[in-house]
Ligand binder design. Sequence first.
Ligand code: SAM
Length: 457
Amino acid sequence: MFLAEQLLIPESLLKPLRSVPGFDEAAFLAAHQQVPVTSVRLHPLKGNAFRDEADDVVAWCSQGRYLPVRPVFTLDPAFHGGAYYVQEASSMFLDYLIRQLVPERNNLRVLDLCAAPGGKSTLLASLLEKDSLLVSNEVIRSRASILEENMARWGYMNAWVTSDDPAVLGKLSGYFDIIVVDAPCSGSGLFRKDPAALDEWSEANVELCCQRQKRIIADVWPSLKKGGIMVYATCSYSPEENEQILKWLAVTFSAENAGVDVPREWGITTVTLQEGQPAGYRFSPDKARGEGFFIAAVRKTTDTAVAKPAKFRHKEAHQAQERISNLLTGDAFTCIPTDGDAFSAMHTAHVPDYYLLKNSLYFRRAGLPAGHFAGNDWLPSHDLALSVDLAEHVPAIPVDRDTALRFLRKEDPGLSPLAKGWYRIVYEGIGLGWVKSLGNRYNNYLPKYWRIRMQAP
Ligand code: SAM
């Protein structure tokens, strides 16, 4: 299918691409007149959407699916419950890269530095074991809110959200095993999805982005431990933002390329900087099924002091711990008082991390916000309804699509009367939020800012 309007790719973008090995200008230009592909990545633990055998799987990510048409995601309750994340297919290659480079993903400390809206972070959360910790950071506070919302939807206790400058994170010397820098870039790889981005593209902006990318990497580099891996990615075609950043990393920080082998039939171009050694991966829509993308991994080789654990005195929160124990599966978590009278649950192994990070970072979410006391009642948080750790015995009301949509519009869902108490609204096995039955009616506890405004056509 062709785009409604022809995309005119600037000559100044094409010129440096002509010296990129494997670049096929005619095929590249022709692919840029086609509509972009739609794809989603499935939550491994939630629901059955797009799991038919006939569904079209993304070659480099077993949870990735191509969709033949773009549905109205806003009107699918499963989307709101975090059953899948709408993500561009090429960028799902992070899944393959990390699986190949880090086969054991226990007890890791992972930073997603430029994380909003959360595509790479939800992918990483699904890849890591429960005792690993993911810090998803977004410096721009207005964008951190959507990141926080998407991480709540994904429902993992070990996925925390911060909003700090890379230099602040860089002070955590040698703390992280893996850092993902999905850098702000000139965006040429997404022209098909967002033709308006063409108007903002310029050589001057590429240069500006390249300087900013170096600054971001240099600021955060001290927090990567020796032997740790930095993944660097952009959605730009420009070598200045890709291959040249890798060369700069090698020269400035003695970083070693950490490449992996990739099946030829995937259509991904492997970039080599030294004879025969894979260094990075280019995605171009004329070759691989996805949008323009670049990704590479490097390993830190230099000695780095490791930040000492913070001294802390943890105050036991017995009452809250008891309440939350009845709501969650497993017992390897500790309850921490957060804002005011609210409590979060976190993997017990992460309590020292909490006190260390709390000293320097601005938390948007640490652990799973679980709720707060209101007199003798426990008010469960919205995050708890979306959590993958919620116990099965928690009372639930299974609903159909129309009822789910009424709930998600924060209207009266029109449920039959049930005994007084809290109930989780569940659509196709996926938690959407809470209602409280007062016996003769229900209160809808969906947070106001989660409310959908779209009506069914
Ligand atoms: N990783 C995200 C995902 O997969 O959904 C996309 C990240 S987007 C390519 C780059 C992000 O970097 C944006 O959210 C942007 O706000 C953030 N950013 C912009 N300037 C930055 C800076 N100076 N330092 C760190 N992050 C920055």
